[in-house]
Design a protein around this ligand. Sequence first.
Ligand SMILES: Nc1ncnc2c1ncn2[C@@H]1O[C@H](COP(=O)(O)OP(=O)(O)OP(=O)(O)O)[C@@H](O)[C@H]1O
Length: 670
Amino acid sequence: MLAMSNQNADVEALDQRFASLGVNGASNENGQRGPRSRYVPPHLRNAGPAPQADGERSVSPAAPAPRASGWGAPREGGRGGYSRGGDFGRGEQNRGGDWGNRSGGGFGGAGGRRDDRGPRQYVKDPSDEFAHRPDVKPRDSRLETQLYGSQHNSGINFEKYDDIPVDASGHDAPEPIKNFDDSLLDELAKSNVKLAGYRHPTPVQKYSVAIVTAGRDLMACAQTGSGKTAAFLLPILSQNFKDGPPDHQADGGQRGAGGYGRSRPKVTPSTLVLAPTRELALQIYEEARKFAYRSWVRPCVCYGGQPMVDQVRDLERGCELLVATPGRLVDLIERGRVSLAAVRYLVLDEADRMLDMGFEPQIRRIVEKEDMASADERQTLMFSATFPRNIQMLARDFLKDYIYLTVGRVGSTSENITQRVEYVEEADKHSVLLDLLYADAETSEKDNKTTLTLVFVETKRSADMLCNFLLQNNFPATSIHGDRTQREREQALHSFRSGRTPVLVATAVAARGLDIPNVGHVINFDLPSDIDDYVHRIGRTGRAGNTGKATAFFNLQRDKGVVKELLEILMEAKQDVPEWLDQCRREAERDMQYRSYNRRGGRGGSRGASRFGGNVDYRKETGGFGPRSGGFADKRPGGRDDFGGSHGSGFGGYGGGGYSSGGSGANNWF
Ligand SMILES: Nc1ncnc2c1ncn2[C@@H]1O[C@H](COP(=O)(O)OP(=O)(O)OP(=O)(O)O)[C@@H](O)[C@H]1O
């Protein structure tokens, strides 16, 4: 089946045009039969009508006529008449043969291939399981290889995820799904899950699919590497597939590529995913492409460091799901290129990280001050590794009646990672690192498998210096940090991912979210001063049920500030705790007490009690946060405003909470 359609693809640039359905006998909402106009997704409006293929429905009379160039489709092609629900009226799928994806895996819009050769024809294989679904494009083996080809399988410990304790609080929390097949996910979503190699849902996915499908908001804290990305993408895309393309407003809703009209229309995505870093945004975008395969949903990604013009051009080809970093999105909004009026699903991934990076003003502006629908009219999902006070405030302001989900202990590490702490004085770090890397290289050779090693340092300068040192010692290494250009960062990641340079020296910029298969070892050459960063850093290994190891260089001089929390983490994850580390903790505590005594009322001690305080749903504990600006205090009887009134306008006035955020947008240290 696949081979056949590919053959056709080679011979005549395979394509399928299908009709707008809702015609030829379909009933409309009033039960009347007859032709109706149909929605044509903006990025599909350039192509002409297709000849009727076997097993295909007829072409919609409303389909735009073919044009010599792929640009400038008639605007009215996208207007009105779209019928939600059912399998009808989902519009045609032809977009100049490019399938809504960039060619060659180009990122950031720059790689977008503009196919001006006119319309192509897709012919759907009648034996295709989705032959009856006009909203589903035919298979494309080339694209499948590109999207799923390098799929790495889940590891031997994948089933162990089921042992992780999960807590879902909030009223009427939906039951989690048991598996993908029996879930309420749309069939296309299920099919794409299989292609992605996912056999069983992870705990966060089991809950998230149920929660999103039930139309509820979600605040989730789950361990690193436990599949949070699919946990939000899958149910959202599935809902998109079930609902069909949105009926874009006539007042300048998103349309196809430019070339018409004087003022260029705004792009109006229905799903917005905000992520803290460019790399993470890219990664989410790549995952979205996997799960949106064969559908009308066209994901796009926008982040700083890439020419705006390329990204805008790409957006104008159609964008239903936008993944963006907050700063770049604000730019696009200011330039009038993006409107958030159509957003029905809002996701804040790594929310705590975004706040740490100083993005709160931009995030609040995007969510509260632009044209986005209110919390009551959209579904909002927030993911965060920790649940400090500033994140609770955001949850209170952005979410409505949400389910609070914790998977594992908030801030804990996966037991799939074997953690070791070595006492290493500053002067010895280089030689100990070489020893470890030699050992890794030997293991790789013995196992005949490239194992990648990620080395974290604290500053950009030391990243460069350490990388040079490794190169001088004949270790193929590269580096990633905030002073490198976006291109250099992407090249470094690519080179690391492919195993060409199996050692990557990184600052915290690579600590979160990055999902690189085969990272077998994470070395904290410099321990971070914030222990949550440690958790994220080592979470780059031991992902998706795979095992990994993490080594931290520790010395009392430099790292006494994190020793207590480091010990807690090791014990929590049932790791061996060296006796000397406990001694160091005692020494550090004595030292702190002494200092605080001398300073009279100095802070003393580290950040309060235990770091594992985040599993608590604060609404339960405190009776709620009081009214949100949207007003749902009535749903929370007994609520009181623990945090002092409205937070609608001011940024950053929360008094810091118990969480070290730094809060400045400068990020100079990474
Ligand atoms: N159900 C599943 N079956 C198999 N593999 C999965 C499944 N869910 C996710 N994965 C894979 O597990 C890896 C980690 O997933 P993901 O990046 O979404 O984790 P995460 O929870 O977002 O991690 P982090 O907290 O580090 O950002 C990815 O390679 C993903 O493809």
